[in-house]
Design a protein around this ligand. Structure first.
Ligand SMILES: NC(=O)c1ccc[n+]([C@@H]2O[C@H](COP(=O)([O-])OP(=O)(O)OC[C@H]3O[C@@H](n4cnc5c(N)ncnc54)[C@H](O)[C@@H]3O)[C@@H](O)[C@H]2O)c1
Length: 351
C-alpha cells in the first residue's frame, strides 16, 4: 500500500508521529519528518532510532513550509500530526497554543495547496473538540463545544483542512483521536495527558493519583491502532466522510485503568485526590467514542485491549527509560517560554 510512496510526517519525532513514521518506513515508503522538537511538546529524536537511516528529518516549524517546499512537492501523502497536546498549557499559554495548533497550520496549508494541489492530508484532530459530552458514546454529529483553548485551536485547524478540501485545494481528512497511549509517549514533557503521567509514575516506581472519584470513563486507544487508522485514511480512494472518530476498544473508568496499570507494574498503589484548579475547570467528565463510521467506511477496528497495550508500554520503558527521563529533572513543571514568533511576523506584515 505504501511501498515506493513518499510520505511527509509533520510532528514525526513526537509520540504518535514517530510510531507512524517507523511503520511507514518499514512498509517501504520514503519518509520525510518535519519536526523541530518544540520545547514543551513530546518530540524526541530517539523515537525514530529504529529507522534513523531510512528517514529524512527537517528541523523546521511547519509554518516555514516554504523552506521545505521541495519535500512537499515530492510527497504523495501528508500526515499532519504537528501540534501541542497539553490542555493545561493551552490555558496557561494561549498564544503559544494558537501559534502551534492554528497559525502554523494555516501557513503550512497555504504552501501545501500551492506546491501540491489536491494532495491527501490527514490531520490529527482530537476528541477535545466535543468538550463535555451531551451523550455517550460521542459520534461525529455531536455538537462541538470545546472547554479549553487547545480544543478551539485544534478545531480551527481541522476546519482549515475541511474547508480547503471543499474548495478542491487539498484532499483532507481529520481523525478525532481519543486518549492515545503506548511506546514513545513523552515522559518528561510537563502537563501532558493522564496516561503519559501514569506511565511516567509507574516507570519511576511511584503510585498513581486519580483526580476526583475515578468513575470518569475513557476509551484509551493503543498507538499501533491509531497508526493503522492514519494508514487507512492515507490510502482511502474516494472518501465518503472526511471526519472520523478514532476510539479505543473498551470503555473503562479511571479507577479501572489505574487498577490494571498498577497490577501490571506490581507493588504500586492508587490514591484519590481532589482536582487541582488548573485541571478542574477543563475536565470533561466521562468520554467514550462512537467509532462506527471509521469501522464502516475504512474497515478500521482497534485491536489492542488496554491490559495488553499497557503491558507493552511498560515493557518498552523498562528498557528505554534513560532516553525518556532526565534524572536531574524528575518533576517537570508547566513553565514554558511563550512562542511568539509567527504571530509577531504576521503582525509586522500587517503594518
Ligand atoms: N496523544 C494523544 O492522546 C492525542 C489525542 C488527540 C489528538 N492528538 C494529536 O495528535 C498529534 C500528535 O500528538 P502526540 O501525542 O504525538 O504529541 P507529541 O507532543 O508527542 O508530538 C507532537 C510533535 O509535534 C511537533 N510540533 C508541534 N508544533 C509544531 C510545528 N508548528 N511545526 C513542526 N512540528 C511541531 C512537536 O515538536 C512534537 O514533536 C497532535 O496534533 C495532537 O494534538 C494526540
Amino acid at each position: 500500500m505504501y511501498t515506493g510512496k513518499r510520505a511527509l510526517v509533520t510532528g514525526g519525532l513526537g509520540f504518535v508521529g514517530s510510531n507512524l513514521a517507523i511503520r511507514l518506513a518499514r512498509l517501504g515508503a520514503g519518509v520525510t519528518i518535519v519536526d523541530p522538537c518544540i520545547k514543551g511538546c513530546g518530540g524526541n529524536p530517539y523515537n525514530v532510532r529504529p529507522v534513523r537511516d531510512r528517514v529524512s528529518i527537517v528541523s523546521l516549524d511547519i509554518a516555514d513550509a516554504e523552506q521545505f517546499a521541495g519535500a512537499i512537492a515530492e510527497s504523495d501523502v501528508i500526515f499532519n500530526l504537528a501540534g501541542e497536546v497539553s490542555h493545561v498549557h493551552s490555558m496557561q499559554y494561549p498564544e503559544r497554543d494558537l501559534q502551534l495548533n492554528t497559525v502554523s497550520h494555516l501557513r503550512f496549508l497555504e504552501t501545501v495547496k500551492r506546491i501540491k494541489p489536491g494532495i491527501r492530508v490527514i490531520y490529527a484532530s482530537t476528541r477535545q473538540v466535543y468538550g463535555a459530552p451531551d451523550y455517550l458514546p460521542v459520534d461525529e454529529s455531536h455538537p462541538v463545544h470545546p472547554v479549553d483553548f487547545n480544543g478551539i485551536h485544534k478545531y480551527a485547524a481541522a476546519m482549515y483542512h475541511l474547508m480547503l478540501s471543499e474548495r478542491g485545494e487539498i484532499d483532507g481528512i481529520a481523525l478525532r483521536l481519543t486518549n492515545v497511549y503506548g511506546p514513545r509517549v513523552a515522559l518528561s514533557a510537563p502537563c501532558q495527558g493522564f496516561l503519559s503521567h501514569f506511565v511516567r509514575r509507574l516507570t519511576l516506581g511511584q503510585g498513581l493519583e486519580i483526580y476526583g472519584d475515578g468513575e470518569q470513563l475513557r476509551d484509551p486507544v493503543y498507538v499501533d491502532d491509531v497508526v493503522e487508522a492514519f494508514l487507512l485514511a492515507g490510502s482511502l480512494r474516494e472518501p465518503q466522510s472526511r471526519v472520523f472518530n478514532v476510539g479505543g476498544p473498551e470503555v473503562l473508568s479511571l479507577n479501572r485503568i489505574a487498577g490494571i496499570a498498577c497490577r501490571l507494574a506490581a507493588g504500586v498503589e492508587v490514591c484519590h485526590r481532589p482536582f487541582p484548579e488548573s485541571q478542574r475547570t477543563i475536565d470533561i467528565g466521562s468520554y467514550a467514542s462512537d467509532s462506527s463510521r471509521i469501522r464502516r467506511e475504512l474497515g478500521w477496528q482497534p485491536k489492542v485491549r488496554f491490559e495488553e497495550g499497557m503491558a507493552r508500554t511498560l515493557e518498552y520503558y523498562r528498557a528505554e527509560w534513560p532516553h525518556y527521563l532526565d534524572p536531574d529533572d524528575l518533576e517537570p513543571r508547566c513553565q514554558l517560554p511563550e512562542h511568539r514568533g509567527v504571530v509577531r511576523r504576521l503582525r509586522y506584515a500587517a503594518v
